[in-house]
Design a protein around this ligand. Sequence first.
Ligand SMILES: Cc1cc2nc3c(=O)[nH]c(=O)nc-3n(C[C@H](O)[C@H](O)[C@H](O)COP(=O)(O)OP(=O)(O)OC[C@H]3O[C@@H](n4cnc5c(N)ncnc54)[C@H](O)[C@@H]3O)c2cc1C
Ligand code: FES
Length: 219
Amino acid sequence: MRRERRKVLANERIGPYTLLRVRRGGIDPGVPGQFFMLEAPGRLLPRPMSLCLAPSRELAFLIDPIGPGTHALCALEPEDELHVLGPLGNGFDLEVGRPLLVGGGIGIAPLPYLSERLGGPPAVLGFRSDRHAEAAALVTNAQVCVEPTLVTELIPAGLDVLACGPEPMLEAVRAIAPAAQLAWEAPMACGYGACYGCAVEIEGVMKRLCVEGPVLCAA
Ligand SMILES: Cc1cc2nc3c(=O)[nH]c(=O)nc-3n(C[C@H](O)[C@H](O)[C@H](O)COP(=O)(O)OP(=O)(O)OC[C@H]3O[C@@H](n4cnc5c(N)ncnc54)[C@H](O)[C@@H]3O)c2cc1C
Ligand code: FES
């Protein structure tokens, strides 16, 4: 894990999201599901982002502009520089026999890299609109649905589910697939265990999601 200053290579719009491509240099892309803290220009704290794609020489992040930090990241231009810290946390366990990737909304962010590392397994993706669903093009072998159809309706039985999405989606996935690996979110200030800002209750014990997670087994 290193905090490095890196140049922006490109900034591409995909539906309402931005794919921010950053020069990789010597940074280890880590395991899919791990995240990086990205310096948001003009903001005091960095923002956690899952690694979306890891082509050679690049780290790419899919960003949903929902507030001041993510808007600042989406406004970065090629040749701008930002600090990048990572990879952080625990990613997905890739030792699964019959993987099925499940993503909802911006929760699809870690799935392109995960799909690549697993050799393009089937995926089911759910979005709130056709415009949001444009991001599905980043994930190979994906079946896509738009609300009112819910992505949980597309999950067949008997597969090893690896999922990322909003909390209600993850709760629904957990009910269907108790052995699923789920990537959770919590507001994070440091990303490496120092601030306790991401503490969540797991099995009755307070744990830091940036250290224990963000990927946890549903059970
Ligand atoms: C491990 C991890 C990986 C992430 N990966 C991605 C990614 O790949 N792409 C992406 O677009 N976003 C990702 N996020 C979420 C992203 O970090 C937040 O949306 C961002 O920090 C919001 O910053 P902001 O300044 O734009 O908005 P803020 O003003 O900080 O937040 C806007 C609203 O969202 C809430 N909020 C902020 N962060 C979170 C959070 N983490 N969980 C729940 N509610 C939150 C705030 O309470 C507020 O209501 C990830 C979060 C985590 C923890
Ligand atoms: S974000 Fe600081 S301890 Fe987890």
